[in-house]
Design a binder for this molecule. Structure first.
Ligand SMILES: *[C@@H]1O[C@H](CO)[C@@H](O)[C@H](O)[C@H]1NC(C)=O
Ligand SMILES: *[C@@H]1O[C@H](CO)[C@@H](O)[C@H](O)[C@H]1NC(C)=O
Ligand SMILES: *[C@@H]1O[C@H](CO)[C@@H](O)[C@H](O)[C@H]1NC(C)=O
Ligand SMILES: *[C@@H]1O[C@H](CO)[C@@H](O)[C@H](O)[C@H]1NC(C)=O
Ligand SMILES: *[C@@H]1O[C@H](CO)[C@@H](O)[C@H](O)[C@H]1NC(C)=O
Length: 357
């Protein structure tokens, strides 16, 4: 009887997983071995984009991927199809359509006191984009709400969320990151840094950066893991469509977005990206920080990638807005920060003792 139940449960779980995979837009093509071992950057792609008068963007050989194969590039695209049950009970937020929004918005200037918004990070060789997009947006949201500079720890989320978030450096689920903030909190980067001497030093091990171990201890002896935790109060999806996404960023700060990456995206240098050529390589997550309209009249989103500053437009890129380019308007998630622990001394246990009286 027990075994029978078990079998039914396994069957149900596989059925749910299958449904989830079918239902999500982000799924990579089956690339050939020959393709995977070839270089990601190609002269033909640069030529095809730059000779297309309607492309709207400039392609180039980005240093960041100068020697990368398609397989190495693909490893960075760490958004896995989210199992459907991860969205159970997750609210979909929409905003008042009468809210007047500016034609152009850049979170870096709107909240210029928050230095984290303009930071460009580097995920190394790990498929941790799902964690970067979430942690970076949450750090910005703490600063916006509580007027404090803070860098939260990608490593905590990556190492300690476990299978609930996916497979660490082999990819994960953006919404699960926000649920982790709500239920478990996330420590500061200072407490648990991304690149350190016990793992791989920058820019990460070749050929892969293994998922770090969850240690639950701050590297600095006088900081307590538990007291370094910063929490979210909510985890939600933002309703599809440019108006709701803009209102969410305008009111609460940067959001995490997921989208499909094609080969041509690796070559992005400047302008407003739209897919022109190349195969679907995988799903990627980044931080969306604003919007505007180009001199050519093209509406765009403004985003911060985490491929260092030698990729793209000093680490940033723009993508066509209003047409769900590469699925970018359908994969928006976020959450709001909690004041729990925020007004404690967050560095020493003594401060915490004092403030808890
Ligand atoms: C997908 O890739 C596997 C091996 O990597 C191969 O055996 C299979 O035939 C491919 N399927 C398709 C539909 O191309
Ligand atoms: C790429 O490889 C070449 C030859 O091995 C090396 O000289 C060059 O510095 C590498 N470029 C980058 C950006 O790693
Ligand atoms: C960007 O790359 C350079 C050179 O590899 C490295 O020194 C720097 O630390 C990287 N930036 C970040 C934020 O990791
Ligand atoms: C954050 O740091 C920057 C640079 O050190 C500083 O100019 C700014 O005032 C700080 N913001 C807050 C909210 O403390
Ligand atoms: C704790 O942090 C505050 C401000 O962030 C600083 O002024 C203070 O010196 C720190 N205390 C210790 C013991 O590091």
């Amino acid at each position: 009887m027990a075994e029978h139940h078990h079998r039914i449960r396994v069957y149900l779980a596989s059925a749910i997983l299958l449904l989830a995979v079918i239902n999500t837009g982000i799924a990579a093509e089956n690339l050939s071995q020959q393709k995977l071992t070839s270089r990601i950057l190609q002269n033909e792609i640069v030529k095809e984009v730059n000779e297309n008068p309607n492309a709207g963007w400039i392609a180039a050989f980005n240093d960041r991927f100068a020697n990368s194969t398609v397989a190495e590039f693909k490893r960075l695209l760490g958004v896995k199809p989210t199992p459907k049950n991860e969205f159970l009970g997750v609210p979909v937020v929409s905003h008042d359509i009468s809210l007047k929004l500016p034609k152009e918005f850049d979170a870096r200037t709107a909240w210029s006191q928050c230095s984290s918004i303009g930071r460009i990070l580097d995920q190394g060789h790990c498929g941790s984009c799902w964690a970067f997009g979430a942690v970076e947006s949450l750090s910005d949201r703490f600063c916006i709400k509580y007027n404090m500079n803070i860098s939260l720890s990608v490593n905590d989320l990556l190492a300690c969320c476990g299978f609930l978030c996916g497979q660490g450096c082999n990819g994960g689920y953006p919404i699960s990151a926000w649920r982790y903030f709500k239920h478990h909190g996330v420590v500061t980067e200072e407490c648990d840094p991304y690149f350190d001497n016990t793992g791989c030093s920058h820019p990460g091990c070749e050929p892969a950066y293994p998922t770090p171990k969850c240690v639950r201890k701050c590297v600095s002896g006088n900081q307590l893991w538990r007291e370094s935790k910063h929490y979210g109060v909510s985890a939600y999806k933002v309703r599809h469509g440019p108006q709701d996404i803009m209102a969410e960023v305008y009111k609460n700060g940067p959001v995490e977005v997921a989208f499909t990456v094609y080969e041509d995206f690796a070559h992005y240098k400047s302008g407003v990206y739209k897919h022109i050529t190349g195969a679907n390589i995988g799903g990627h997550a980044v931080k969306l920080i604003g919007w505007g309209t180009s001199d050519d009249g093209e509406d765009y989103w403004l985003l911060a990638n985490q491929w260092n500053r030698s990729w793209g437009d000093d680490g940033y890129f723009k993508i066509k807005r209003g047409t769900n380019e590469c699925g970018i308007e359908h994969g928006v998630v976020a959450g709001l920060p909690s004041d729990r622990n925020v007004f404690n001394g967050i560095n020493t246990s003594d401060d915490v003792l004092v403030s808890s009286f």
